[in-house]
Design a protein around this ligand. Sequence first.
Ligand code: SAM
Length: 276
Amino acid sequence: MATTPDGLPPLRDVVATHGLAPKKALGQNFLFDLNLTAKIARSAGPLEGFTVFEIGPGPGGLTRALLAQGASRVVAVERDPRCLPILAEIAAHYPGRLEVVEGDALETDLAALANGAPAKIVANLPYNVGTQLLINWLTADVDHPFWTSMTLMFQKEVGQRIVAVPGSNHYGRLGVLAGWIARSEILFDVPPQAFTPPPKVTSSVVQLEPLADRLPCDLARLERVTHAAFGQRRKMLRQSLKPLGGEALLERLGIEPTRRAETLSVAEFCALAQAL
Ligand code: SAM
């Protein structure tokens, strides 16, 4: 059987041998191009000395790239039991460096698994749960993030919402939350044909790093304010924030009540949340 530079069989052969037909319900769009998986792994920066969490390793293309790139410990959380024998072969090839957790990443406490060690998250996320996973990790403990960086593949539109700045169409609750907690950027786009099967839309690899100088703000209150403000994003703030004390609150902070949610900076949202 042919091998690749890491000494393991080509991914297409692995998938064929194990009969791993992609399942749409599990968001399975696999990457077989080793140059691309290596590029994603490299984008995450140095991996030695880190616990690297990978969500949805599937047939293991990115997992192999992370290990080849020198990750000291990869913890891979996979929901599909059909992938486990494939991942066991990779674990045997890199003794002591790959742990596979079978389960739902939405229910998995990565912070507990990191156990205080420096951690990075690198993943080609299942799109149906990608945004919720990101929100879970961002808000796990805003004062002490368990992650040093996150390098994540999303649908491009989700990536745009994460990095969005005030005034852009993509700016909303996700952009405020991510902007309050992290510095984020889109590293590069990935076309549909890079995946098997190809998704309908372009994807983007997004990188997030926690801000050292995050503005003081209470998470629950910030969520209340952004929920109210963006729930009616076309309305003026004096209207959308009415249930929270609207006009008086805005005037107290010197924010023009006729403005709309999408014009407010993260700092202004934090000020509103603190003033509630
Ligand atoms: N990392 C592989 C790659 O790049 O080729 C597969 C990526 S595929 C987009 C998403 C993977 O996430 C699939 O292997 C799927 O089974 C897994 N998955 C889907 N939902 C999951 C969940 N809730 N928890 C853990 N894994 C999940």
